[in-house]
Design a protein around this ligand. Structure first.
Ligand code: ZN
Length: 310
């Protein structure tokens, strides 16, 4: 039997993005979070795939850390130019620019050919796939076929309402309007569960294909690190174990805010618009390292997407 394979997908949702002030000079997502993640990965000789927002590449202070990642065998992928949450509902020409501009920036600034994509909020459509095929991409992992995502969104709404009425001062990770202006709920219930190649007749060349790699699910349940702050611990543990022990492939989705806390923002005037930033960074680093250890103990080899799907 083939070894089970796990990927680490870092969606570099920068602090510049979260505070709508990007590109941000010396963004802590690049300067602090990425080195922290790498330090843990190095202990287990694991490589990750980091998906960047094009706008962040406009500032050269964010570039060095990415170049070093490439030198050390990590992968760089495309996470759109502006990170519009309603990505699949953008007009085709806008979506096209969002993908292509970032693709070109990665090439120009990092001298790297990006082959993988993830849409903001896993929100993609068939045009996304066509565009990625045109750009010679190998895979797209913008599919979360789990209603848990819908539940997580409901829970976030409840937290929001609760905090509003209790007048607790809490910064929010998400924009409520963005969350509920999505229209792709059907995919959360009916999307495919396993990686599959798309080989449509409308592609110019018949033998062109692209892999779609869904967030792994079991009984429609799925895990991504954000759940650690949304659901109770016992439930998250249960979901992680259920999915990770019964899948052949797994991807662990993480964000820079999982590796930063308020102490990293002494010089930042604006409060980062990120709820999980209030959670102690040591606690979060521990969660990540423990999940990584669990995956390895379940027999997974941790590698980049492109080393499997290139
Ligand atoms: Zn994102």
């Amino acid at each position: 039997m083939n070894k089970k394979i796990a990927f680490i997908s870092l969606n570099v949702d920068s602090i510049g993005y979260a505070t709508n002030s990007y590109p941000m000079k010396n963004d802590p997502a690049f300067k602090i979070a990425i080195p922290r993640i790498e330090k843990i990965l190095d202990k287990y000789n694991a490589k990750m795939s980091a998906f960047v927002i094009g706008k962040d590449l406009e500032d050269d202070s964010n570039i060095d850390v990415l170049k070093k990642l490439i030198e050390r065998g990590h992968e760089i992928g495309n996470h759109s130019y502006s990170h519009y949450q309603n990505f699949a509902f953008l007009k085709d020409d806008v979506q096209s620019r969002e993908i292509e501009d970032t693709h070109n920036l990665i090439k120009k600034k990092l001298n790297y050919d990006s082959k993988g994509f993830i849409a903001p909020g896993w929100n993609s459509n068939s045009f996304t796939i066509k565009k990625l095929v045109d750009l010679n991409y190998s895979y797209d992992h913008s599919l979360a076929p789990s209603p848990l995502m819908f539940l997580a969104m409901l829970k976030m709404l409840l937290n929001y309402v609760f905090n509003y009425f209790s007048k607790k001062k809490v910064a929010h990770t998400y924009n409520i309007k963005d969350l509920f202006s999505r229209k792709d709920y059907a995919r959360m219930f009916f999307g495919k569960q396993k990686p599959y190649p798309v080989k449509n007749s409308y592609f110019k060349s018949k033998d062109k294909k692209i892999w779609v790699i869904p967030l792994p699910t079991k009984y429609k349940l799925s895990y991504w690190m954000t759940l650690e702050y949304v659901f109770p611990k016992f439930l998250v543990n249960f979901i992680f174990k259920l999915v990770a022990t019964r899948s052949e492939q797994f991807y662990l989705l993480i964000h820079p805010a999982d590796f930063l806390d308020n102490n990293d923002f002494n010089n930042l005037e604006k409060t980062p618009n990120l709820e999980r930033i209030n959670i102690d960074v040591e606690y979060k680093l521990n969660i990540f390292e423990n999940r990584l250890k669990q995956l390895i103990s379940y027999g997974y080899e941790v590698k980049t997407f492109i080393s499997q799907y290139g």
